[in-house]
Ligand binder design. Structure first.
Ligand code: SF4
Length: 165
């Protein structure tokens, strides 16, 4: 089998892509936004005790136009859903979504028969990238979720194991 020459310009773009994604992964800017009790844990994660800045994700932005991560922290009511979707739509690309807590994952303790006001998970209307379970999840769990998101953004697992598609 003959050898194939890959154009050097393609190699350069591939390396630039990796570098840009490493930069993105290590400087996530979450949207300052919480909808129920899980948001208290998110606030605690931002405090000095847990030192979120170790992972480059401590710059919570007050505007969706300056954010690249939406942490859906809390119970999603049907009344709130259009507002959350509008915030997501206003975030520039590329952007990622984390579902924090059982309510944001599946409706949590409110997902019982006959309930009429709760959305059964953020993935009903948003493309969720990382799920962090718990009621509420501890700040350490949110930090673990951020690390998982960083691996996803930087494609780190694929570097470690090229067999992964
Ligand atoms: S998962 Fe539990 S702590 Fe989080 S918003 Fe729902 S009820 Fe509150």
């Amino acid at each position: 089998m003959g050898t194939q020459n890959v154009p050097s310009s393609l190699v350069q773009f591939a390396i630039a892509d990796k570098l840009i994604n490493i930069g993105r992964a290590n400087s996530l800017w979450p949207l300052t936004f919480g909808i129920a009790c899980c948001a208290i844990e998110m606030m605690a994660t931002g405090c000095a005790r847990f030192d979120m800045s170790r992972f480059g994700a401590e710059v919570f932005r007050p505007s969706p136009r300056q954010s690249d991560v939406m942490i859906v922290a809390g119970t999603i009511t049907k009344k709130m859903m259009p507002g959350i979707k509008t915030l997501y739509d206003q975030m520039p690309e590329p952007k990622w979504v984390m579902a924090l807590g059982n309510c944001a994952i599946s409706g949590g303790p409110f997902a019982f028969e006959g309930q009429y006001s709760i959305v059964l998970g953020a993935d009903e209307f948003l493309p969720v990238d990382v799920y962090v379970p718990g009621c509420p999840p501890r700040p350490e769990a949110l930090l673990q979720g951020i690390i998982e998101l960083e691996h996803l953004v930087s494609d780190w697992k694929r570097w470690e194991n090229p067999e992964i598609a």
